[in-house]
Design a protein around this ligand. Structure first.
Ligand code: FAD
Length: 519
């Protein structure tokens, strides 16, 4: 059995085996040559003191001890070509992990995705960045891999079930992600690495008899006597099955509208909305690490901050160290921001959503839309921002201190947001209560993180797709829709996940429940 140790070491020792081995040998009082191998199980940074340390959880194997290193392998997937078919709408993390799980359980997934495969999608991302053209089926939110494909690929989650999280991380490693994601306290994959992993997942699904159809938008769900019969796609053709996993994400407004029109029960759901703030990465490093330059062994610093402002939570969301702000609109006539990072997080700026929690009563001006009130509230802000910034994919921008003082910024420097910015006073973009909360909030943030509240920080508006504005209610046990048999609302769009890992876990859960129902 290996010895399990928790140690705190300097960044240099953490990064060099020739320093780590003697350090550990001295600690456990054995000659260094008696250590066969040290395996790092968990790694995190402790930046609370001026001298930054790495916390390491280690397994130390002495010479002669059996070396047990967990090998990560894919499950033994059967061929499901002739098995019972299950329709999976959406090839985001929820849909793809549902499909893999269905295959493992001996069922045949038919994955229908409105967007293009990861390669085809790249051209459309170029078009939105360079020319401001939004392809309403292929963009940062829609297409193979879903909203997570061109993201920072942060893999942390608030999910309490460690086993479920580890299983998804193991599958990602088996599909080519670096094994470090199993070790780091705050793992991430990066935009440059995710597409290949997603493509390999798709190829595995097809290799084992599943189907994945791109540019296939579901336009209707066929329901008879409150039971799912199948779906209709955009060319009018139909695909039949009695079980359907609906994993269309938080931006599929047409799906929410379709369900409402068909009188399938959906509910308005509170979410959060605000801006995307961009600081020089070096400034964030100096705040977080209390030093001018972070040196060779520390990664670009992340931050996480939350405050209560007038009874509402205001917090950082999807923070991307060394990242880029992306145009994430899914329709023409609107602007939306979010962020991504390459695996090395080596860009010059740090960006983060800074959002304020919304309540159902905030959607009152849109009450005539019933359960779609939150979605209309969100759409209204995105469309106003589009108009105020010149009706292109440029976004309204304001310097942080100027915003807090209600002053239009006289100049906005070039930021990482490629389509560009227009100087706009954010009081014109957001409803009064949101503007007020954010004005006060940024001042408070500056008190906790000295240097954060600065005119060097550029705010971009809006950050509006933080989670779904709608919940599609399902039975807690069977995970089936409360009214419609065979319909499994799944992932972030249905209101049961927030992020890549929790969406993937929810996809697996729905697949397991379908197997249970089929027997
Ligand atoms: P989605 O990923 O939204 O997938 C839904 C899929 O359904 C899409 O591919 C869509 O095209 C398809 N679809 C929609 N309507 C239809 C239809 N009618 N017919 C057929 N197909 C349809 N999360 C993290 O955990 N870490 C991060 O670092 C991170 N960064 C992000 C960065 C960006 C730029 C964005 C946009 C999101 C980021 N997220 C991140 C959020 C994360 O991507 C989502 O939480 C996650 O992808 C949700 O998974 P999902 O499968 O439920 O839905």
């Amino acid at each position: 059995m290996p010895r399990e140790l928790l140690v705190q070491v300097s960044p240099e020792v953490a990064h060099h085996d020739e320093q780590l081995y003697p350090h550990i040998a001295k600690l456990i009082q054995v000659p260094v040559q008696d250590i066969q191998k040290i395996v790092v199980i968990k790694r995190s940074i402790d930046a609370r003191q001026r001298t930054i340390k790495f916390n390491l959880k280690l397994h130390v194997f002495l010479t002669g001890e059996p070396l047990v290193v967990n090998k990560v392998e894919l499950p033994n997937y059967p061929n499901v070509e002739n098995a019972q078919e299950v329709i999976v709408v959406g090839a985001g993390p929820a849909g793809l992990f549902a499909a893999l799980q269905l295959i493992e359980l001996g069922l045949k997934p038919i994955v229908l995705e409105r967007g293009k495969d990861v390669r085809g999608r790249r051209r459309d991302l170029k078009a939105i960045n360079r020319d401001g053209i939004v392809n309403e089926d292929s963009n940062y939110c829609f297409g193979e891999g879903g909203a997570g494909t061109y993201s920072d690929g942060k893999l942390y989650t608030r999910s309490k079930k460690r086993g479920d999280v580890d299983r998804i991380l193991q599958l990602l490693v088996a599909f080519g992600a670096t094994p470090d994601i199993m070790v780091e306290a705050h793992p991430h994959i990066g935009t440059n690495k995710l597409p290949q992993i997603i493509q390999d997942i798709r190829e595995k699904i097809i290799e084992h008899g599943g189907k994945v159809l791109f540019e296939t938008r579901v336009t209707d769900i066929l329901i008879k006597n409150n039971e799912v019969q199948g779906v209709q796609i955009q060319d009018g053709s139909t695909i039949h099955a009695s079980k359907l996993i609906l994993a269309t994400g938080h931006s599929a407004r047409d799906i929410f509208e379709l369900l409402h029109r068909k009188e399938v029960l959906i509910e308005a759901k509170p979410f959060a909305l605000g801006v995307r703030a961009e600081h020089p990465q070096q400034l964030i490093d100096s705040i977080q690490y209390s030093c001018d330059f972070r040196g060779a062994y520390l990664p670009p610093a992340p931050y996480s901050i939350v405050k209560q402002i007038g009874g509402r939570g205001m917090y950082s969301f999807c923070m991307c160290p060394g990242g880029v702000i992306a145009p994430c609109a899914t329709a023409n006539g609107e602007v939306v921001t979010n962020g991504w990072s390459p695996s090395k997080r080596d860009q010059a700026t740090a960006n983060s959503g800074i959002v304020v929690e919304l309540r159902l009563e905030d959607f009152k001006p849109f009450a005539q839309f019933g359960p779609l009130a939150g979605m209309e509230f969100q759409k209204d802000i995105e469309q106003r921002a589009w108009r105020l910034a010149g009706s292109t994919q440029q976004v309204p921008a304001q310097r942080m201190v100027d915003f807090s003082q209600s002053k239009i910024s006289s100049s906005i420097p070039k930021t990482s947001y490629v389509p560009g910015t227009q100087s706009v006073e954010f009081g014109e973009v957001f409803p009064g209560f949101l503007t007020q909360t954010m004005r006060e909030g940024f001042v408070q943030f500056g008190k906790s993180m000295k240097g954060y509240f600065t005119n060097e920080a550029i705010l971009h508006a809006p950050e509006s797709r933080t989670s779904s504005p709608v919940r599609i209610p399902r039975d807690n046990y069977t995970l089936e829709h409360l009214q419609i048999k065979g319909l499994y609302p799944c992932g972030e769009g249905a209101g049961y996940a927030g992020g890549i890992i929790s969406a993937a876990i929810d996809g697996e859960k729905c697949a397991l429940k379908i197997k249970e129902a089929i027997g």
